[in-house]
Design a protein around this ligand. Structure first.
Ligand SMILES: Cc1cc2nc3c(=O)[nH]c(=O)nc-3n(C[C@H](O)[C@H](O)[C@H](O)COP(=O)(O)OP(=O)(O)OC[C@H]3O[C@@H](n4cnc5c(N)ncnc54)[C@H](O)[C@@H]3O)c2cc1C
Length: 397
């Protein structure tokens, strides 16, 4: 190891080079990348894969989720999405596992004329960034997805926004990490001082707040899973996301017949499922795709996204602690950001030199004592690309 990081001592032979706290997609992918490059890696987690990824939809949507006021985050999302094809191929080669990676693209739709006007405002912003968003007439929409409701007023295609199944991805990452030599320690870490390794990577999702002073807060998301009748495939192939009477909603079809319908965005730390949320999600989903009314409702669940004050992840050494790296705060984007987070953090562990891509996302952007509370990007923050309005409350995720 070079750079600023502590170098190994000859007596340290059994000591891990890297301890990763958290075995969600972020921690496991970092562990895989580090172990594959010859480092001794221990991953600490009493319940691997039990965090936000256990409920996540798995949309890889840098284009549809390019929001006002988040240009630097959008850049990171695009860079990570561009790594996904190779990442998925490497994971398949390392494990032979199927992870539900699908590339049919995403249709963005508006049910009413008000919904369409709202959506068009965002598409114009996304097109202004040079992103691939192709407006479609209602007839063109229905040519692509005949199951859409006749009431849907219009839409646009984001062909490069793909999907993966997080419930398949995380076990595959675990297998890849273990095959590369990473060791899983099935225990929680309560204090960073309990971890014995040259470098500690905090990838504990919402658990990062208790271990560090970082402003990571839980952002609740309720989500439903349905199944097409008689074990068949869903009657649509694209990820469909849109507004239905002002309600943001998305539908993610899986090859095995599952449809993920989500999700609420709530500033609450509990994981209860509420009747009102289920009603709202089902109404919006059925309004866009009437055939959903005939599907089996198989699961209603809630998870906690690791949110940050500017909606962007926190990546890099803690101030004054070059031996502790944060890889947390991925909020609504942890699945799409898995490849780039793993590569950049593994590079940092190995070389001690941060990639320039990390610069806007370091922990130091939050002064000590910053609160975890929600908030739009402040000037100069990672989510901020300039004096644009924010659209909190109008998001899908
Ligand atoms: C409803 C919903 C929908 C979503 N949809 C998408 C989507 O479509 N696309 C997308 O990119 N993202 C999506 N996300 C976000 C995504 O799930 C998260 O950003 C991602 O899971 C973060 O990964 P992580 O590994 O950092 O954290 P997590 O997945 O939360 O995993 C954290 C792990 O750390 C462990 N841990 C916590 N504390 C400790 C401790 N003290 N010691 C040891 N281990 C600990 C936990 O047991 C857990 O296994 C969604 C999230 C939700 C809730």
């Amino acid at each position: 190891m070079t750079g600023r990081f502590p170098s190994p001592r000859s007596s340290d032979r059994a000591r891990p080079d890297v301890a990763v706290v958290g075995a969600g997609p972020i921690g496991l992918a970092i562990a895989w990348r580090c172990a594959a490059r010859g480092l001794r890696v221990a991953v600490h987690d009493p319940a691997p894969g039990s965090g936000a990824s256990a409920v996540a939809a798995g949309m890889l949507s840098p284009v549809a989720e390019a929001y006002f006021g988040e240009r630097q985050l959008t850049g990171l999302l695009l860079a990570s999405a561009a790594r996904w094809p190779e990442f998925a191929a490497e994971l398949a080669e390392a494990t032979g596992a199927e992870i539900g990676y699908r590339t049919e693209g995403t249709l963005m739709v508006g049910l009413t004329s008000d919904d369409l006007a709202e959506a068009r405002r965002l598409w114009a912003y996304q097109q202004g960034l040079g992103l691939p968003v192709t407006p479609l007439r209602p007839s063109e929409l229905r040519d692509r997805e005949p199951a859409l409701a006749p009431r849907v007023r219009g839409g646009a295609l984001a062909p490069t926004d793909h999907q993966v199944d997080p419930r398949l991805l995380v076990p595959a990452l675990r297998t890849a990490a273990q095959r590369a030599g990473a060791v899983l320690v099935p225990q929680a870490v309560h204090h960073l001082s309990d971890v014995d390794a040259r470098i500690t990577v905090v990838a504990a999702g919402c658990g990062a707040a208790a271990l560090t002073s970082l402003p990571v807060r839980p952002v609740k998301g309720q989500i439903l899973r349905l199944r097409a009748p008689d074990g068949g495939a869903p009657g649509f192939r694209h990820v469909i996301r849109g507004y239905a009477d002002g309600e943001p909603v998305y539908l993610v079809p899986r090859a095995d017949g599952e449809v993920v319908l989500g999700a609420t965005v709530e500033e609450r730390p509990d994981t209860t499922v509420t009747a009102g949320a289920v009603q709202r999600l089902l109404r919006a989903g059925v309004d866009l795709l009437p055939e959903l009314a005939e599907y089996d409702l198989v699961e209603a669940i809630a998870g906690l996204r690791p949110g940050t004050p500017d909606n962007a992840p926190i990546l890099g050494p803690l101030p004054g602690r070059p031996d502790v790296l944060a890889a947390t705060g991925h909020h609504r984007h942890g699945i799409v950001l898995t490849p780039i987070t793993a590569d950049l953090i593994a590079d940092l562990v190995l070389t001690g030199v941060p990639d320039p891509l990390l610069a806007p996302f370091g922990p130091e952007r939050f002064p000590a004592g910053a609160t975890a509370g929600s908030g739009a990007a402040g000037s100069g923050a990672a989510g901020s690309g300039g004096p644009e309005p924010t659209m909190e409350g109008d998001r899908w995720s």
